[in-house]
Design a protein around this ligand. Structure first.
Ligand code: FAD
Length: 219
């Protein structure tokens, strides 16, 4: 077993848009935070870099009324999304405002209102993998720089293997970093590994209880 790091407030698993946003918000609130990213290159690939970067909620403008957004989610989605619909509906406009304050730039993508928020410069609307330098890629760079300017760290080549659970509580993560096993201890772990999240959530479903209304997000 490798070294056990000093205890942190927050460990974030994954350096995509979700992970870097969460980490920046934690750092802004004065919490100690580290982002663990399995990719080894400075420009590690992830869904965010490949994405078109259009932000909407169930084809509603993020600034539409919470009632309209909640109703739109209800038409398109399943039970899990519905439990989170009120939170999404109330926070989507503020999330985009925060992204702007963190350096995101947007352009208009089409005639519909929900197409007002696409990261600039926009990726060409054809299927190819030239994501470098487009809006989502630029935003990840800015979020990482912003995080590090607040004294927080991002570790590349750090793959989270499992959670550390003690007495029924999450206490940190078990990581393979530069080929070596190690642990990060933390009061909170944010799982932001993109489509892979189901693996940990399934493995630890007896312990983890997803909160449909995490109050701390509203700070
Ligand atoms: C081609 C394409 C186009 C898209 N277009 C849009 C769009 O226009 N609008 C929209 O809203 N959505 C779009 N999406 C979806 C959107 O990209 C994703 O929903 C979003 O980027 C997910 O962000 P994330 O941070 O959750 O995940 P990701 O960006 O995938 O980041 C997850 C990170 O976690 C890391 N990771 C995974 N496992 C581990 C581990 N065990 N340990 C450490 N790190 C780990 C990964 O390496 C990755 O860097 C698109 C997706 C694709 C592929």
């Amino acid at each position: 077993m490798g070294a056990i790091e000093n205890s942190l407030d927050v460990v974030v698993m994954g350096g995509g848009l979700a992970g870097l946003t969460a980490a920046n918000r934690a750092a802004e609130q004065g919490l100690s935070v580290v982002v663990l990213e399995q990719g080894t290159e400075a420009k590690y690939t992830c869904n965010t870099r490949y994405s078109g970067g259009l932000l909407h909620v169930a084809f509603k403008d993020v600034q539409a009324s919470p009632v309209a957004i909640t109703a739109a989610i209800g038409k398109h989605d399943h039970d899990y999304a519905l439990t989170h619909a009120p939170l999404l509906a109330q926070e989507s406009a503020r999330a985009v405002e925060w992204l702007q304050s963190a350096g995101a730039q947007f352009e208009i993508n089409g005639p519909f209102k929900f197409q007002r928020w696409i990261f600039a410069p926009m990726r060409p609307r054809i299927a190819r993998l030239d994501w470098r330098g487009y809006g989502p890629d630029q935003l990840l760079e800015r979020l990482r720089a912003r995080l590090e300017s607040q004294g927080a760290r991002m570790r590349l080549g750090a793959r989270v293997e499992t959670l550390v659970i003690d007495n029924g509580r999450v206490r940190g993560v078990q990581v393979r970093e530069q080929g070596q096993p190690t642990r990060y201890r933390a009061r909170s772990v944010i799982i932001a590994d993109g489509a892979g999240s189901w693996r940990l959530l399934t493995e630890w479903r007896q312990v983890l209880r997803a909160s449909p209304w995490p109050r701390s997000l509203q700070q």
